[in-house]
Design a protein. Structure first.
Length: 197
């Protein structure tokens, strides 16, 4: 019978839960033995005790006792780090610049929450219908500066500007001087007079 690091992590996670530290956790072991070969045993059990957690550094230590068919087999002192896990929405495929993001272009990946920064967008509802400002790579977390509202007019485009007042309307050709999204005011220049407004 073989007990490995995954078995040890599951036993430590159970002890974390019993101490009130819930959620999905991932462990990195730095010290202690995490693999055991138990010959001629029908059942094996891992008992974790003496768990000490340092929340400031995310470090832990604990004693692990291995039992084979109810008999003590081996013990070790484990040490390592623990990470609270969550999910992040990321591109399910490479997304080209200027593409409007749809739900089918996104997928979730597990992520250590301590790696998520304030500038990261991990919520699906905050990504859908935004436009990629640069190429977005599959599986990579998206930053706020990488996406924005859909640009309806682009810098350099010639548009018809309309001025309305009581009883009159003036139209003129104008060059757009900056990109603009719906509801956003942009500066334009009359193509004949050169006047900006």
């Amino acid at each position: 019978m073989l007990l490995g690091e995954d078995d040890m992590a599951a036993a430590v996670a159970k002890e974390f839960g019993e101490q009130g530290i819930d959620g999905r956790l991932e462990f990195e072991f730095f010290g202690g033995k995490t693999g055991f070969v138990i010959e001629n045993a029908k059942a094996a059990k891992i008992m974790i005790s003496g768990l000490k957690v340092d929340a400031a550094s995310n470090k832990f230590t604990a004693k692990a006792e291995i039992f084979a068919d109810g008999t003590p087999f081996e013990q070790t002192i484990l040490s390592g780090k623990y990470y609270t896990m969550g999910e992040a929405w990321v591109p399910a495929e490479n997304i080209e610049k200027d593409t409007v993001i749809t739900e089918k272009m996104l997928k979730t990946i597990p992520i250590r929450l301590n790696r998520v920064k304030a500038v990261n967008i991990t919520d699906k509802s905050k990504l859908i219908d935004l436009q990629a400002k640069k190429s977005l790579k599959e599986g990579k977390i998206i930053n706020e500066k990488d996406v924005g509202p859909v640009m309806l007019v682009k810098k350099g485009k010639i548009v018809t500007s309309v001025y309305r007042a009581k009883g009159m309307q003036i139209t003129a050709q104008a060059e757009v001087l900056e990109d603009g999204a719906k509801g956003q005011a942009v500066e334009v220049m009359n193509t004949k007079s050169g006047k900006k407004f």
